[in-house]
Ligand binder design. Structure first.
Ligand code: ADP
Ligand code: MG
Length: 267
């Protein structure tokens, strides 16, 4: 039995320290080093760089899985020309993520199909890439989960959970009415996060209309008060992007359609 070579010891050190990426890169790095004769510092730097990059990628993947973003939407995919009522500079300012550092909120208000969810996810995507913990939910799911937690005696736990992410996306507030208890749960989540962490909230209801979402106007006022104190409000009044695309498709078909022989009519 021969004693372990120093190379074998190096491999087992890397394995013991769980530096798997560096271990994989060792062989090719040594071959390159034979040829290029880098200094000791550069050799070690390049080898550790591989491990750092792999670790960053693992963390990014973990944050992305945790965020549960329902689709892959980015700001680069967003067609601002299609939505002239949207203030592009406000979106670009939000994209710097200063609002996350400032623990302020973002409200996206507009009718269905105008890109509210798209923008919310795209900002979430940015934040994940910048290293923030992000979590996506809908208003309906949030209140369903908090109600279940309240019944199961897990209230404190669930409140800690909702307070945790640096960005909480609450999508689709207002599509379903929110009876008293649900509204109070939503209020408590918003209240816990107030001045501690950001919320991106989307809604189809204008702020003046929030009394209709919540049975209780006192809760509606309290929710709005917390949300709007530090917030960027993006209001989109344009038409649905999906409908727009259909309209363009229909317009493109029209010449062909009018060229078709009209059934039953003879010249
Ligand atoms: P909302 O949440 O306002 O109802 P969505 O964000 O779900 O609307 O948008 C509906 C669909 O249209 C999505 O697939 C979205 O990516 C797309 N979309 C909406 N607006 C735009 C836009 N300005 N540029 C590109 N895609 C858009
Ligand atoms: Mg939506």
């Amino acid at each position: 039995m021969s004693a372990e070579t120093i190379y074998q010891q190096l491999r087992s050190h890397l394995a013991y320290l769980k530096l798997a990426a560096a271990a994989d890169a060792l062989e090719p790095a040594l071959e390159t080093a034979e040829r290029e004769k880098p200094g000791y510092t550069k050799f070690l730097h390049d080898l550790l760089q591989v491990e750092v990059a792999a670790s960053e990628q693992r963390r990014l993947d973990g944050r992305m899985r945790f965020a549960k973003l329902p689709a892959h939407k980015t700001l680069e995919q967003f067609d601002f020309d299609a939505q002239p009522t949207l203030d592009r500079r406000l979106v670009e300012d939000l994209a710097t993520l200063r609002f996350v550092e400032e623990k302020s909120n973002c409200l996206l208000i507009g009718p269905p199909g105008v890109g509210k969810t798209h923008l919310a996810i795209a900002l979430g995507h940015r934040a994940v890439h910048a290293g923030y913990r992000v979590y996506y939910t809908t208003a309906a799911e949030l209140v369903a989960r908090t109600s279940r937690a309240a019944m199961d005696g897990r209230w404190a736990n669930t409140m800690r959970f909702w307070a945790g992410p640096q960005v909480l996306i609450i999508d689709e507030l207002g599509y379903l009415p929110m009876p008293g208890e649900a509204a109070s749960h939503l209020f408590q989540v918003i209240s816990r996060r107030y001045e501690h962490a950001s919320i991106i909230l989307t809604t189809n209801r204008g702020i003046a209309d929030w009394g209709h979402i919540f049975e209780d106007t006192t809760v509606a006022t309290a929710v709005l008060d917390r949300l709007l104190h530090h917030a960027t409000v993006l209001s989109i009044t344009g038409e649905s992007y999906r409908m727009r695309r259909h309209r363009d498709a229909i317009a493109a078909l029209r010449p062909a359609l009018t060229g078709l022989p009209q059934g039953g009519e003879s010249p």
